[in-house]
Design a protein around this ligand. Structure first.
Ligand SMILES: Cc1cc2nc3c(=O)[nH]c(=O)nc-3n(C[C@H](O)[C@H](O)[C@H](O)COP(=O)(O)OP(=O)(O)OC[C@H]3O[C@@H](n4cnc5c(N)ncnc54)[C@H](O)[C@@H]3O)c2cc1C
Ligand code: SF4
Length: 340
């Protein structure tokens, strides 16, 4: 059995005290919310903080307020179960409820938070292993080594961003509030990510996520999340497709967003699809064209479960299904999917 190493556990009473601790301790400390990502990684020597700053039950990080002036507010410390079961989330954003409900298993969702989920570490078959396994195989760029074992010529780590809720929130145009000792700032969630398996978040180490705001403009958008994984019971996504769309009375698309997860080190917005869809009627030909486009920008590599080429081709199938569901189009055949 793997055991946790020794560490200092700090329990601040306010968000202000928490960011103060993170600033004072610098790289020696990291925040922990539910700990469902942090603790297993400490046991495997992937995370080696001297101190953990606990965010559990911090006032200021909890609460779901569905009808604020700006939209829906979800505190970073809300558990995935609370998000998945909240009536207003289920009604307005079934894709978010479904994504939260598809994370891991019930016991982990009861402690795992939405904040921890959108900041969850990137994954790789060569990195998500015990210390002893990694020592035997040779350490890699992401932790303790100086080479990428997946693509030895790559200077960049290609570990995969695999959060289920982040792509949905990005497709709904969510904005996040970050707190640092100097004050708060708001950023579109999508702008927080970059395609680098190690530095996948563009934020300061002492910045805490306070909460997530889904804008009022996204209320009423049709939304869906489809997840591909090996086991239906629980598994990280090896492909996730989040799509949100507004249709006018004539059945034309007035706005649309498609965001992919688990095909790169950051969520991938298919902006090209958005341009193609807007102002058009959504029929089978349009769906096929957008699905094809999405497949072209989906670039999984060989460092996660299921063959990467299969995952790339399944992007087309899943985007097709997502759009058909949103637009209420009955696909005549799944000819392309049968060819995958
Ligand atoms: C067996 C297993 C299966 C899993 N399956 C899935 C899955 O299918 N899909 C999926 O998406 N995830 C999965 N996970 C990962 C994880 O359980 C979830 O992502 C969960 O939501 C993480 O939330 P947490 O509160 O436990 O995060 P923690 O482990 O506490 O933290 C995760 C990261 O976020 C940071 N963090 C947390 N809160 C804040 C905050 N407010 N401000 C700043 N930084 C913060 C932490 O410092 C850490 O870097 C799985 C994990 C396990 C062990
Ligand atoms: S992609 Fe390369 S550097 Fe990144 S975790 Fe995997 S093996 Fe390590």
């Amino acid at each position: 059995m793997l055991r946790l190493p020794e560490f200092g556990y700090l329990k601040p009473k306010s968000v202000k005290e928490a960011v103060g601790l993170l600033s004072d301790l610098g790289g020696d400390a990291m925040p922990v919310a539910g700990g469902t990502d942090v603790y297993p990684k400490m046991k495997r020597g992937q995370f080696t903080p001297k101190y953990l700053v606990s965010l559990k039950d911090l006032p200021g990080l909890v609460g779901i307020r569905p009808g604020t002036k700006e939209g829906m507010w979800i505190g970073a410390g809300e558990t995935l179960t609370a998000v998945a079961q909240h009536k207003a989330v289920l009604k307005q954003f079934p894709a978010l409820a479904h994504a939260a409900e598809s994370v891991s298993t019930p016991p982990l969702r009861n402690v795992g938070t939405i904040g921890g989920n959108i900041f969850v570490d990137t994954r790789c078959n060569y990195y998500d292993q015990t210390f002893f396994w990694r020592q035997a195989a040779g350490f890699c760029l992401k932790k303790d080594g100086d080479i990428c074992l997946v693509a030895p010529k790559s200077k960049l780590c290609l570990a995969v961003f695999s959060s289920d809720t982040a792509p949905v929130l990005c497709s709904l145009g969510a904005e996040v509030t970050l707190v640092a000792p100097k004050g708060e700032r708001k950023v579109p969630l999508m702008d927080l990510y970059q395609n680098d398996g190690i530095r996948y978040l563009i934020k300061g180490g002492n910045e805490l996520l306070k909460g997530i705001q889904i804008p009022r403009a996204s209320f009423g958008m049709r939304n869906v999340y489809l997840k591909l994984r090996r086991r239906g019971s629980f598994d990280f996504p090896v492909l996730g497709v989040a799509a949100a769309m507004n249709l006018n009375a004539q059945g034309e698309c007035s706005s649309a967003r498609i965001v992919l997860t688990a095909v790169g080190s950051a969520p991938r917005a298919v902006n090209e699809a958005q341009q193609l869809l807007e102002g058009k009627r959504i029929d089978q030909d349009m769906i096929e064209a957008v699905a094809e486009l999405s497949m072209r920008v989906s670039h999984p590599v060989d460092n996660a479960d299921l063959d990467y080429w299969y995952r790339k081709r399944m992007t087309r199938v899943y985007v097709k299904r997502a759009l058909a569901q949103l637009a209420g189009v009955r696909l005549e055949t799944e000819k392309s999917s049968n060819q995958t």
